[in-house]
Ligand binder design. Structure first.
Ligand code: ZN
Ligand code: FE
Length: 255
């Protein structure tokens, strides 16, 4: 596998990710939550950090760009729709674009909602996607900028990826997400089993990230807008998919 991934905790509950092409040695940071830590991880791995790939403009994702760029001249790739907010963007990308890192290629996906221009990077042939704050293990990002309609469309794109796609999300929120998920979908056996595993992992201080699309499809209430049991529980049997998603989001915000 040409794609190598290094995952490490940053700040309170973020994850930092470094990705590298084993054929060429090119290395990118997916977002920049804690620049000193990211530079140290690259050094420890012996990787030459040439690129930053941002998913969205929030400070815990793009706030370390300038520090890393000042240290090594890294080239910044970021969503065109948020380039002004992020600043110093070298390559502004739009949904559908392809970005390369050495011999690796990722597709840019529109997962707007948490922020309007939020993107994900999908390495199709490697079966891996970096989704920032758009989708979390058993959760999804808050709608700071977009509408439920927009966010559900973005999540539908992620949900349609092959089931074995490995999903790297940017925060360790899974334990709290699981408690909420059980409150809206308590009779889902895939969720109860997943939640028990999360408790086990977190009690040992282990990460619950990455996850997979298949796992999330089965248990994440933010991806189950067409599930009859969940709809019945919410009293939304005949609602539009985005309305079911929106109701789950609203309940989580009030949880
Ligand atoms: Zn964010
Ligand atoms: Fe974040």
């Amino acid at each position: 596998m040409a794609l190598q991934i290094r995952q490490f905790p940053c700040l309170q509950d973020n994850y930092g990710f470094l990705i590298a092409c084993s054929e060429t040695g090119a290395c990118a940071a997916i977002d920049t939550p804690e620049p000193a830590r990211i530079l140290e991880e690259a050094r420890a791995a012996g990787w030459r950090l040439t690129d930053i790939w941002n998913t969205h403009h929030h400070w815990d994702h793009a706030g370390g760009n300038d520090t890393i760029r000042a240290a090594n001249g890294a080239r910044i790739t970021a969503p065109a729709a948020e380039a002004e907010l992020i600043g110093h963007v070298d390559l502004a990308v739009k949904p559908g674009d392809r970005v390369t890192l050495g011999a690796l290629e990722a597709q840019v996906m529109d997962v707007g909602g948490h922020t309007l221009g939020h993107i994900a990077y999908w390495f199709e042939s490697e079966g891996v996607a970096f989704v920032g704050d758009a989708l979390f293990a058993l959760g999804c990002g808050r709608l700071f900028e977009g509408t439920p309609h927009q966010a559900q469309a973005g999540l539908a794109r992620l949900r349609a990826l092959p089931g074995d796609t490995v999903i790297y999300c940017a925060h360790e929120y899974t334990q709290a997400n699981a408690r909420f998920a059980l409150s809206v979908d308590p009779d889902n056996p895939a969720l109860t089993a997943y939640a028990a595993e999360v408790e086990r992992l977190r009690s040992r201080g282990e990460p619950t990230v990455p996850t997979t699309i298949e796992r999330e499809r089965a248990a994440n209430p933010f991806l189950r807008w067409d599930d009859a049991n969940l709809r019945a529980r919410l009293g939304l049997e005949t609602a539009q998919d985005w309305q079911v998603y929106g109701e789950v989001r609203a309940r989580k915000d009030a949880f």
